[in-house]
Each structure stands twice: as C-alpha cells, then as structure tokens.
Design a protein. Structure first.
Length: 362
C-alpha cells in the first residue's frame, strides 16, 4: 500500500522566523519624474572603471571554483586594517557573517540581545538558530541604551549585537562608550559590533574599534563592501576578531560562497587609487547628508551618521511614505515608528527635501 505523500516535518523554530522585507523599486512616477529607490541604503554611484575591469577579467574564469580562503583579498585587508590575517573572516556580505556569529555562539534557547529598532536581519538570524531575541529599546534620542543592554544580559545570553551607526536610526556611539560597555559585558559573551556604515561617520568622532579587538577577545567587528564601497550586488563583507573567533567564523562558512568575481572587485576597491576616488564619493554623500539634515530640521534625527536619514514620524509615517511613493521616491517605512531614507543622487535628495517641506506645511 502506498499512502499519499505528506510534507516533511521541518523544525518548529522556523515558524518564528520573520521574513526580510527587501526595499522595493519605486513605482513609475507622474510623467517625466525619474524614479529613485532610496529604501535600501545603496550607494548611488556605479562601480569605478577599474573595479568594472577587474570584474570583467575575473568573469572569464568562472568555470573554476573561487579561492575558498580568499587568500589575496584577506592579505590586502590584513595590510589595510593592520591586523593579522588569522583575525579575519570573509563572507557573502556582513549579513552572512552575522548569521555565522549566531551559529558559533547560540544554542537553541540561548538569548541574543540587541537594540530595537535596529537592523531587521537580527531577529531573523536569531530565530533561525532557535535563539531568543531580547530587544532593548533605543532611548529617546534614538541611541543605543548601552547600560540597558548590559543589564539585559543573563546567564542564558550568549551574544550581543550593537550596531553603530544604527540602522535605521542613524545614531552612533563613541569609542569611550563602547569601551565602557565592553567592560560591563561578561567576557564569555560574544559582542558583535556591526559597523556597516562606519565609513560615513563624522571625521571628528573617535572610533578605532578594530584596536579594541586585542583588548577584548570577545569583540567581533563586522564591516561590508556594500555601502560606502558600492558593492551591494556582489556580496562581500568581513569580520575582525580574535584568531579563535575568526577561525570559528571561517569554519562554519559556506564553502566557496565568495565568488572569484567578488574577490577581484574587493581587491580592486582596496587599491590605493580606488580608495582615493571612493573617499571622494563618501565625502560627497556626507556633504549631501548635511544639506538634507539642515533642510529637514526637526523632522529628522540630526545625529545621522550613516548614508541615510531617520524621520521618527510615528503614526504619520505611512502618510509620508505614501506621499514619497506617489512622487516616485521609494523610502523604507517602519510602520507606526518612522521612515528611513537613503542619501542618494542629488535630485533624489532634492525631492525628499521638497516632500518634507510640503508635509510640514501643506
Ligand atoms: C546593509 C547592512 C549590513 C550589510 O549588508 P551586506 O550587504 O550583507 O554586507 C549589515 N548591517 C547593517 C546594519 C546594514 O544596514
């Protein structure tokens, strides 16, 4: 007797996994209006010619597996960051590395502490591992409540994620605040510092977070090529940690995840000539950020340290997001909380300014 086939039994923990909402392309605007996607914190600049050439060259070899150890790129990062190669782990975007960090530290039922609102990938990677998310609300200035986060750590906590600058609120904390926090966290707890937007932080802020890895072996700094370096589509990120933590991240890495094309693009980006050009672009985006913040005034959180601004509009968030959408600007809506808008092409920034002023005094 053959019985009807039924669905396989999947892990019950999957029921708790929230689905990631990717930024959407804007709807076509009224006639003549160029549409801009300012919902995903992408870099508006296309790849530099040298990066494109490296991509094209690497593409000729894609019949071969990539170098799993990403030897050359690891060496280049080791030189540019002044850390040993065995302190680095590379991944397909820092999102992958954050997931690997959960895999090396959280067993089923362990607690993972992070701020909220923060990056929407955190609840997903926690739930996939069957870990319990402990969300600590940001303070009234939309900053991490670091003391509150330290206080939320229990015997069941195996990992904490801090995000600076924080997505979506844009605020960052100082090196001194980070040190104080690290001193208050038990050393058995892995602290992931997500610095996806670190290149956009104001120049007068003292960060040097990478140095702290030597002093605090439970600290793991995550960076990405997706934002300041404009490589979101090729998936490349890295972690800086103790050799033990970095080795564990490498051990759980998906084999051959980082393509040869991504590795070649990463190397081209780290070349000194490209770094100069990319810095000019970052500087320009930071100047645009200042211009937008000044124009938006109290409508935006003024301490914006990423390539985006945060408009904490509460119940009015939906209204503003749909106003933007009608003018072919697709922003990121956090329902009932706020709206996050990427600093992008000048024309897109201008349109945001115009919409904001219409919103404030219609
Ligand atoms: C964009 C982003 C990342 C990195 O994304 P990848 O493209 O996977 O490198 C990580 N953390 C935060 C907070 C982000 O906003």
């Amino acid at each position: 007797m053959t019985s009807a086939h039924s669905e396989p039994e999947l892990r019950a923990a999957l029921d708790a996994v929230p689905r990631y909402k990717a930024g959407v392309a804007p709807p076509p605007g009224p006639v003549g209006l160029t549409a801009y996607k300012v919902a995903s914190n992408e870099n508006p600049y296309p790849p530099l010619p040298g990066v494109l050439a490296a991509i094209a060259d690497a593409a000729t070899g894609v019949n071969r597996y990539p170098d799993f150890a990403a030897t050359e790129l690891t060496q280049a990062l080791s030189t540019s960051l002044n850390v040993a190669a065995d302190q680095l782990a590379l991944g397909t975007g820092s999102v992958a590395l954050i997931q690997y960090a959960v895999q090396i530290s959280c067993d089923q039922g362990d607690e993972l502490v992070y701020a909220w609102p923060s990056f929407e990938a955190y609840p997903i990677v926690a739930a996939i591992a069957g870990a319990e998310s402990i969300q600590v609300r940001v303070n009234d200035s939309y900053e991490h409540d670091l003391a509150g986060m330290a206080a939320a750590i229990t015997d069941k906590t195996s990992m904490v994620i801090v995000c600076s600058p924080n997505n979506p609120t844009g605020t960052s904390f100082s090196r001194a605040q980070l040190v104080e926090f690290l001193q208050s966290v038990p050393s058995r707890v892995l602290v992931v510092l997500d610095e996806a937007y670190v290149e956009f932080v104001d120049d007068d802020r003292d960060l040097r977070s990478v140095d702290l890895v030597k002093q605090f072996p439970n600290l793991c700094v995550m960076r990405t090529f997706s934002k300041a370096y404009g490589l979101a589509g090729l998936r490349l990120g890295y972690a800086i940690a103790s050799p033990t933590v970095a080795g564990a991240l490498r051990a759980v890495s998906l084999p051959f995840g980082i393509s040869a094309v991504a590795q070649a693009a990463g190397l081209a980006i780290l070349a000194p000539a490209a770094q100069g050009e990319l810095q000019l672009r970052v500087d320009h985006l930071k100047a645009e950020r200042s211009r937008v913040l000044t124009a938006l005034g109290p409508m935006a959180t003024q301490d914006a340290q990423g390539n985006f601004v945060w408009l904490p509009l509460g119940e009015r968030s939906e209204t503003f997001a749909s106003m933007c959408s009608q003018q072919a600007l697709s922003v990121r809506l956090f329902s009932g909380v706020g709206v996050r808008v990427t600093i992008a092409e000048r024309a897109a920034n201008d349109r945001l300014i115009a919409l904001a002023s219409e919103f404030v005094s219609p």
